[in-house]
Write a protein that binds this ligand. Structure first.
Ligand code: SAM
Ligand code: SF4
Length: 326
């Protein structure tokens, strides 16, 4: 088991499969994003090499993300190979859902267990404003296809943006009365590029909770109010799904963080909100031996920073969210 200097057991790796995306969400990337040359990104063999390497370090839980992971060629084949890697206990994916109608069944058959789908609004016009794409219907269809394919529980990620979708939090929470979904409200985080926007339009998880409580009455805490991953989960009166709050900005969960991230260009990112990264791909391409790369990764994980410094005004500027993987 990999441990860091604060005695946290690290066993969860989020792998970004690409920095590319078919959306341009306003809180994530600029409209005219410039992507890395493909030659700089990990190929399938390199992704699988790192999966095996991290398994050997004690990692057993993996999530595929991006950019948009579904734009990667051979995603289904890659999922199958990751799932069949000895030591991998769980594989999930975060996606914008726009091609899930086509991919949900093949991915489930390949062994993908769950998906998180981003859906910030139920209003197609607002959807277009937030994602800069007119694709609400496709995403809604993608959610249904994912559920049919058994990629459950369906978790919907909602970044709450003041003046854009904060007036919809009650309607979004209401979905849990009819669907056994997790509706997860995420505080917008500041990254390089669009930081003014991200800072000025944050809506806190506490605010969202209050608004939902006003509409439905007190929410029932699930798991005694303990964190489930990064979310605190609740149930609406009469609800069958869960409402989750991810308060990364106002109430970070750093003490219980068990994760690390691998960017699409093969950098081990130790904390989402810290710029520190260790390049693992270059040594692989230079032919450095596996034990030496394992040692490089182990030492980097040991140095994982305690927590982020958003409260002190430290904002990571070296990458935007789509380049890290959420
Ligand atoms: N493209 C996929 C998607 O949108 O689900 C996966 C990658 S995306 C970077 C992962 C998650 O990060 C999404 O749920 C997205 O809403 C969230 N996200 C992006 N920018 C964010 C920001 N500035 N603050 C908080 N969450 C953000
Ligand atoms: Fe693409 Fe996901 Fe970023 Fe939206 S949040 S631009 S879908 S990577």
């Amino acid at each position: 088991m990999a441990t860091d200097q604060y005695n946290r057991n690290l066993h969860y790796l989020r792998i970004s499969l690409t920095d590319r995306c078919n959306f341009r969400c306003v809180y994530c990337m600029p409209e005219h994003m410039i992507f890395r040359p493909r030659s700089e990104l990990m190929d399938d063999e390199e992704v699988l090499f790192f999966v095996r390497l991290f398994v050997s370090l004690g990692f057993d839980k993996f999530r595929l993300t991006g950019g948009e992971p579904t734009v990667r060629p051979n995603l289904v084949g890659l999922v199958k190979d990751i799932v069949n890697t000895s030591g991998v206990k769980s594989l999930s994916m975060t996606t914008n859902g726009v091609i899930m109608k086509k991919l949900a069944h093949p991915l489930a058959e390949a062994g993908l267990q769950r998906v998180n789908i981003s859906l910030d609004t139920l209003d197609p016009k607002k959807f277009e404003m937030l994602t800069r794409r007119d694709s609400f219907e496709e995403v809604w269809g993608g959610i249904m296809a994912a559920e049919e394919a058994g990629l459950k529980p369906i978790k919907l990620n909602i970044v709450v943006v003041l003046g854009h979708n904060d007036d919809e939090v009650v309607d979004l929470a209401r979905l849990t009365r009819e669907h056994a979904w997790h509706i997860r409200f995420i505080e917008m985080m500041p990254f390089g590029g669009a930081t003014d926007f991200q800072r000025n339009q944050v809506v806190t998880a506490k605010d969202v909770h209050e608004r939902i409580k006003e509409a439905f009455g007190p929410l029932e805490a699930v798991n005694g109010g303990k964190l489930d991953g990064e979310a605190r989960l609740y149930r609406l009166p009469g609800g069958i799904g869960h409402v989750g709050f991810i308060s990364s900005v106002t109430q970070p969960f750093c003490a219980s963080c068990t994760r690390a991230r691998l960017t699409a260009d093969g950098r081990l990112r130790l904390c989402l909100l810290h710029e520190d990264e260790v390049d693992l791909l270059t040594p692989v391409r230079q032919g450095v031996s596996e034990p030496e790369i394992r040692q490089l990764a182990r030492e980097a994980l040991w140095r994982k920073p305690w927590g982020h410094g958003l409260a002190e005004g430290t904002v990571p500027l070296n990458r935007v969210m789509s380049e890290i993987g959420g």
